[in-house]
Design a protein around this ligand. Sequence first.
Ligand code: SF4
Ligand code: SF4
Length: 438
Amino acid sequence: MNRYRLILPVLALSLLAAHWLRLGNFGLAASLAGLAGLLFTRQAWLRPVAVAALLWGGYVWAEAVVDIVSIRLVLDQPWLRLAGIMSGVILLDGLAMASLLGERSEGWFDRDREWAWPRAAMFSLTIACLAFARNKVGFPILLADRYLPGWGWSEIFLLGFYAQWVGSHMRTPLGHRRFRPRIWGLFSALFFLQLALGLLGMDRMLMTGTLHLPVPAMIAAGPVFRGGGFFMLVLFGVTLVLVGPAWCSHLCYIGAWDDALSRLKARPVAVRASRRLSLWGRGTTLLLTVGAAWGLRVLGLPGVSAVLFGAAFGLVGVGVMLYFSRKRGMMVHCAEFCPIGLVGNILGRVSPWRIRIGADCIQCGACVPRCRYGALDGERLALGRPALSCTLCGDCVSACSDNQIGYAFPGLSKRTARTAFIVLAVSLHAVFLGVARI
Ligand code: SF4
Ligand code: SF4
C-alpha cells in the first residue's frame, strides 16, 4: 500500500472533523484532523484506532441524517437530496474503514506491530474514561475546557497520545522500572503545582473550590468525619479493583515523594522490624486517623480541628520520608506508616493481579534489593510470593535474568499479564493527569 491509499481514510476523518468544527467543537475537530495526519507516521497502533474512529463516525453521520430528515419532514421541506448526500458520506466512511482493514493497509502500518494493540488500548482507554468523566460531571473538569472553552477534546486526545507513548516506553521490565518513577513524579508535581496556583488565586486550577487536605489518610478519615464526600474513596476503590495495590506505586500524589526520597540511597537497607511495622505500624495509624475522625465528629468539634489534626499527621509523614526513607533507601512512609497503604495492600487483593515467583527460582536474591517496599527476602522467595506490602511496582521483575519473578493474572501468560497490567496502570495514570486535582 502506498500513501495514496490513505486518501479515503484521511478524507473521511477530515469530513468528520469539519462536521464537529461546524458544531463549534474545535477540540474534537482538531483531534480528528490530528489523527488523520498521524496516519502518515505508519505506526501500527493507529490502524485500529482510526477504524474505531470511523466506526463511531458512521454512527454520528447516521444520527445526523435521522435528525435532519425528521426536522425537514416536520417542516414539510424537501429531504431526499440531502439524505442522498449524507448517505454518500456514510458510504465514504464505510469504504475508508474497509480500506484500513484490507491486507494492503497492513503493509503501510508496519511500525511497531508488536505493541500495536497495547498502544491502541492505552490510547482508547484513556480517551474513553476522560470522555465519560467529562460528559458525566456537571462542571468542566478538564483544564482545557476551563481556559479554552470548546477545546476540551484536544486535551483528551493529547492525554491519549501521551498514554500510548509512555506505555510504549514501559513495554520491557527495565523500561517500566526506569519510567515509573518519572511519570509518577510528573503526576505529583503537576498535582501540587495546580494546588499551589489555585491557592495563589487561579481558581480554575482547583477542582471545585472546596479544598481538602492532600494527605492520603484523609481518603478514609475524611468521609468518617464529614459523613459524606466519598469521591476520593470511590476513586481509590476503582483503582483497587482495576490494578490492586498499584495506587501506591503508580498513582498516589504523595507516594511519589517517598519514592524519590528513598532513591537518594542507591542500595536499600531493609530492617527486620519492617515486616511487622507494615502491618502493625500502619494498622495503628489507620485506627488512630479513622478513630480520631470519628471522635471529633461525635464530640461535634468544628472542621478546623480535623484539618489541624490531618495536617499534623501529614507533616509527621513528611518527616518519616525525610528521615527514615532517605536514610534507609526504603519507602518507609508508604510501607510502614501510611494507613491507606495498608488498606490498599489488603483490599487490593480483590483484584487478581499478583507478583509470583516461579518454581525454578534459584533464590540468588538478585531481586531482593530492588524492592523498596520491603516485600522480598529469602523467606518470601522460598514461598514463591512477596509479602503483604507488595504494591505491584514491578521494580523486581527486571532483576531476574531467568524471568522467574513477574506479574500473574489467572488465565494469562506471564508476558500477557504484564502487558495488560501496564495498559491499565498507564491508562489510569493518564486519566489522573487529566482529572486529579483538589
Ligand atoms: S502508602 Fe499512602 S502515601 Fe504511600 S503511595 Fe500509598 S496512599 Fe500514597
Ligand atoms: S515485590 Fe516486586 S513488585 Fe512487589 S513491591 Fe517489591 S519490587 Fe515492587
